[in-house]
Design a protein around this ligand. Structure first.
Ligand code: BEZ
Length: 395
């Protein structure tokens, strides 16, 4: 009896262990053999529609290079048009997670939408890669081990352009932008560097997103007579602003500068009114590094379009997803392993290789560009390997 008891107990333990391992193995196999579901939450309508399309194009180009699979898994993309509307964002992202059971979220363009996505991702633990929105909080106060950005923080191009304009000896600037996180934070970054460099912001002008009734504000700029204007607008709003600025006769008298979204993906529509404008951004049209050359060629062949910064960010969101998932054999639930791989990676981006900060925001060169014809041409590096301050991030 005494000898049989321990024998049975040991045998039962072994059987239980084997059964548990088999169960775990088959769960993990089920996890990684099914299609990888990606929720693509982007604007496909409104002033940022072209930005959403370019991000999707870039992401799909990466996917095509991988033979349509990421880390060996077939991919199923569920798309949502978020309309750049923060009031619909929480519902939209919850539907992707709860109804569509996505494994990974990619989105969005608008900072307010991305903050709602980040809150849900943080609470639910779902992997999130932000392929544009610069909301400082996403890699600041809301930072989390499962949230990554393939783009920039709003602070980055604003700060870099503030340094450039102060170095040019510009003393008095007026800022003009949409009143929401992207505009406010870009201007804050600009002001921080510009005033540190000896300039002063004499007036901060705003209008609600996505309004484009600029006339009264342009009249105010003309009356204020600053040395220069600094602005954040993007997409359809940027096209209208650049055209209205020129039509008001201001382009000749008060130099206009901006974060580079002012002239990225917009030059066909802006035409000669954009010619000569200088902006700061983490991409330019003539970087000429081998990765960029190959990317531009392949993008142009596939879409019969020239790529812009948004396409690059979509492509790099794909690269980051690929790096993370290869480290987990395609299992999106292994978040610590995913994060470790992405954190250690040097991402071979068309913008130039970059790595992520501790808060998961790109540490990257911010280029000074000038519009020449249909290109944002590189004229210098505004800020080398610029690290976002990640204010409030505890990770
Ligand atoms: C934003 O809302 O963060 C944003 C939108 C368009 C271009 C850049 C930033």
């Amino acid at each position: 009896m005494n000898a049989i008891g321990p024998f049975f107990r040991q045998h039962a333990r072994k059987t239980l262990l084997a059964a548990t391992l088999a169960l775990l193995g088959s769960a993990s196999f089920a996890q990684t053999s099914a299609k990888l579901k990606i929720g693509l939450m982007l604007p496909y309508s409104g002033t940022y529609a072209a930005l959403g399309n370019a991000i999707e194009n870039g992401f799909k180009l990466y996917l095509a290079e991988q033979g349509g699979k990421i880390a060996g898994r077939e991919v199923d993309i569920v798309k949502v048009d978020d309309e750049s509307d923060p009031s619909k964002a929480t519902d939209n992202v919850n539907k992707l997670i709860k109804r569509d059971n996505v494994d990974v979220l990619i989105g969005s363009v608008h900072s307010g939408v991305a903050m709602a996505m980040a809150k849900v991702a943080k609470d639910s633990g779902t992997l999130l890669i932000v392929p544009n929105a610069g909301a400082d909080a996403v890699t600041g106060a809301m930072c989390a081990p499962n949230i990554f950005r393939s783009s920039f923080s709003n602070w980055q191009p604003g700060y870099a352009m503030g340094e450039v304009m102060a170095k040019k000896g510009i003393k008095k600037a007026v800022t003009i932008t949409w009143k929401y996180a992207a505009g406010d934070e870009t201007v804050r970054g600009f002001k921080e560097a510009f005033e540190k460099g000896g300039g002063s912001v004499v007036k901060e002008l705003n209008l609600p997103f996505p309004n484009v009734e600029f006339q009264a504000l342009l009249t105010d700029i003309a009356a204020t007579k600053p040395d220069a204007v600094f602005t954040f607008f993007a997409g359809g709003g940027a096209v209208k602003f650049v055209k209205d600025y020129a039509a008001a006769g201001l382009k000749k008298s008060i130099p206009l500068y901006g974060s580079g979204f002012l002239t990225d993906g917009t030059l066909d529509a802006q035409g000669a009114d954009a010619d000569g404008l200088q902006t700061a951004l983490h991409y330019a049209d003539n970087l000429e590094n081998p990765k960029d050359k190959a990317f531009r060629l392949s993008y142009a062949k596939t879409y019969k379009l020239q790529p812009d910064v948004y396409a690059v960010q979509g492509y790099d969101a794909g690269q980051m997803l690929g790096i993370g998932l290869r480290a987990t054999n395609g299992d999106a639930t292994k978040k610590a392993e995913f994060a470790k791989a992405v954190e250690a990676a040097k991402i071979d981006s068309p913008r130039g290789a970059f790595s992520l900060s501790k808060a998961h925001n790109p540490v990257q060169d911010i280029y000074l560009r000038q519009v020449t014809g249909k290109e944002n041409r590189l004229i210098g590096v505004a800020s080398k390997a610029l690290v976002d301050p990640a204010r409030g991030c505890k990770m």
